[in-house]
Design a protein around this ligand. Structure first.
Ligand code: CA
Length: 685
């Protein structure tokens, strides 16, 4: 009897302990260091808890940046998109690469200390919207944390790279993936997932930094009301949804930004689009909370604190997932503790970081989805013409699902007071898919992505779909206005780094690494890095020398040379000469399809192929191989072996047998052959 009673008491004690995280580390990387990083270190994705990406180092300045050269470089063993920001602690540089691999280098010499490969199954690509990318690791105590594309959270030993623990943290491995960098605070690791183009229900969770045990989880969208709600925030959110949204998960995934604010003990995070994009496909009306929002929860319990929805009734993939920066700004003569945000929807928001109260907003790129922003509440008034599913017609909307600004990090200089945004300028013809049904494979957006092939678009010509471009925008978050801008010919340029040397560093899609003066935007220095850059640079110092590091390599059809590059004043390092650009010549077999086959192939391509291989069979930055150049086009059987039998699944091209029949594969092949021949006739490559 006594033993039994003891047993119950012990169980109760254990259960109670299970709710308490391990104490924060007192050695290695601590909470105090993450709150105010040592000058020469870069300890978390956005450098420290504020996520400002501002280096206080002043050795490299606007006066001497012309003398910057390469200190050392390291070739990476993957040529896919590199999105990580390196971290530096105690003389060691930590990076993650595509396929969620982690590497540690001597930050002074570039010597490789260790490498870790989680061996992500390549088939995982089919449920990752945007290549096999990973945006970085977290350092805490004596460990390194990484989320893997297939949904594991892994703790590694900082010294050896050995696995300390590894847990699958996503609800399932069909719809969820992890590409974002974990964040850490108070003995916990915070991470969410991607998947709002599939059938994911968004969430963020906290895991014990020592054991990996889940401590709390906050869903961003309500589940099936019949199952009951987890908390009052979900019950309240459910009132902003109609239809049977939960069948497709609802979206709202927390795939990038997570900011711990020690001043308020809140975790702020940005949520992704509602799923499916096209609301009519799920009978969805209303705001669909808490999608396309910033949400704040208590760091200890995960309890809801506040939300601010930037895009009500999202139907354009206007994720609010981009980085959230915390700052103390003088606004109207008052010091305000604010959250700064530049989401995909094209407006820059300044919010009260403690309450989420709207302070101000302004459009940083051309946009037409909103008629304006309510000056009191910050709520956007939606332009009815942008509700493409209501009209059933093609609606050209700016910005687009690329995002006016997405994961490519922005930076904030307290010296200039400005935010440096890697922005995209684009318009896309949104068109609701007709007779759409959910499927077991691929994107579930319910948009017609064969829209560019429609006769109306073909007749409208190139003017209807101007090529997207980019811009580096210096933005005043108090006045909500642009201070300077550098126009960039291509979109999806790299993230930015601001420094106390009055500099802003940014890599470009076209393969340059550039320094501008932070106050005026004067181009002061550039270095040809031989490959597109999407990732953000960072800066650190060892033995009195300041370094700037950046990863190169963008996924897609362009030349990808994935490297870690490290610069310093007087650096004399040289990159090996780039391999000669292979001239791409379109050489398709003759088109032998029927009009019906062509139309069917176009629709199927838009449904199943575009997300990885590009709109209208043209591969762009971030895409996979351009199918117009595929040797498999020559042979119907070979094409079918890839599409139906999954012959290239080791490369991520899985079998589509669950959705496509052999005659469907042949229609897609004929469509791609037609596209290739048309482009060849136009002199395209
Ligand atoms: Ca999205």
């Amino acid at each position: 009897m006594k033993i039994k009673a003891l047993g119950v008491a012990a169980l109760i004690l254990l259960a109670a302990c299970g709710k308490h995280p391990s104490p924060p580390p007192s050695q290695g990387v601590t909470d105090a260091m993450l709150q105010a990083a040592p000058e020469g270190e870069w300890l978390s994705y956005g450098r420290d808890y504020n996520e400002q990406r501002f280096s206080p180092l002043t050795q490299i300045t606007d006066k001497n940046v012309t003398q910057v050269g390469l200190a050392w470089s390291a070739d990476l063993d993957t040529a896919r998109g590199q999105e990580a920001t390196p971290l530096m602690h105690d003389g060691v540089l930590y990076i993650s690469t595509a396929w969620s691999m982690v590497k540690a280098y001597d930050a002074k010499t570039g010597g490789l200390k260790w490498a870790y490969d989680p061996k992500v199954p390549r088939e995982t690509l089919i449920r990752a919207c945007c290549d096999a990318v990973n945006r970085g690791v977290a350092l805490y105590g004596d460990k390194v944390y990484v989320g893997t594309l297939d949904g594991r959270l892994v703790a590694l030993d900082q010294k050896s790279g050995n696995v300390v623990w590894s847990k699958t943290v996503v609800p399932n491995q069909q719809d969820y993936s992890i590409t974002g960098a974990p964040r850490v605070a108070k003995g916990k690791v915070f991470i969410g997932s991607g998947g709002a183009e599939y059938k994911a229900r968004g969430y963020i969770a906290a895991y014990d930094a020592q054991s990996g045990d889940e401590l709390w989880k906050f869903h961003t969208v309500p589940g099936n009301p019949a199952d009951g709600f987890e908390n009052s925030a979900m019950e309240k959110a459910a009132k902003s949804w109609t239809g049977d949204w939960w069948k497709l998960g609802g979206g709202g995934t927390v795939w990038d930004s997570i900011t711990y604010d020690p001043a308020t003990n809140l975790v702020l995070f940005g949520t992704g689009n509602a799923e499916p994009w096209n609301p009519a496909a799920a009978g969805r009306e209303g705001d669909s909370l808490y999608t396309s929002s910033i949400v704040a929860v208590d760091a200890d319990t995960g309890a809801y604190a506040w939300h601010f929805q930037e895009t009500p009734e999202d139907r354009w993939d206007f994720d609010s997932a981009a980085q959230i920066t915390i700052a103390d700004l003088n606004i109207g003569g008052q010091q305000r503790h604010v959250a700064l945000h530049a989401p995909k929807n094209g407006f820059f928001y300044t919010l009260d970081a403690k309450t989420g109260a709207f302070i101000s907003a302004g459009p940083f790129v051309p946009q037409n989805w909103a008629k304006g922003i309510d000056a009191k509440t910050g709520r956007a008034e939606i332009n009815p013409a942008a509700r493409y599913e209501k009209s059933g017609a093609i609606a050209p909307v700016a910005p687009t699902f690329f995002g006016a600004h997405s994961w490519q990090p922005m930076s904030h200089s307290p010296a200039t007071g400005l935010i440096y945004i890697p922005a995209n300028i684009a318009v896309f013809p949104y068109l609701a898919a007709k007779n759409w049904k959910a499927d077991a494979i691929g994107w579930q957006s319910a948009l017609d992505f064969s829209v560019l092939d429609k006769p109306a678009m073909q007749q409208a010509g190139a003017a209807a779909t101007p090529a997207p471009s980019g811009a580096l925008i210096a933005w005043d978050p108090v006045a909500q206005k642009q201070v300077w801008q550098v126009a960039l010919p291509a979109p999806l340029n790299g993230g930015t780094l601001a420094t106390a040397g009055n500099l802003v560093f940014q890599g470009t899609t076209l393969g340059d690494f550039v320094a501008y003066s932070a106050d005026k935007g004067a181009k002061l220095w550039s270095f040809p890095v031989q490959s597109g850059v999407g990732a953000a640079p960072m800066s650190y110092a060892i033995d009195g020398i300041q370094y700037v590091a950046v990863l190169t390599g963008q996924g897609g059809a362009s030349q990808n040379i994935s490297r870690l590059l490290v610069f310093r004043l007087g650096g004399t390092g040289k990159l090996p000469p780039p391999p000669p650009m292979i001239a791409r010549v379109l050489d398709p077999p003759p088109y032998t399809g029927t009009p019906a086959q062509l139309e069917h192939g176009s629709e199927l391509y838009g449904r199943y192929c575009f997300a990885c291989h590009g709109l209208s069979a043209v591969s762009q930055v971030g895409n996979n191989p351009d199918l117009r150049h595929s040797a498999a086009l020559d042979d119907a059987k070979a094409f079918g072996i890839v599409v139906i039998d999954g012959a290239l699944k080791h490369n991520g091209m899985v079998s589509f047998a669950s959705a496509l029949k052999p005659e469907d594969a042949e229609a897609i092949r004929q469509y791609v052959i037609k596209r290739a021949n048309d482009d060849k006739a136009r002199g395209g490559t």
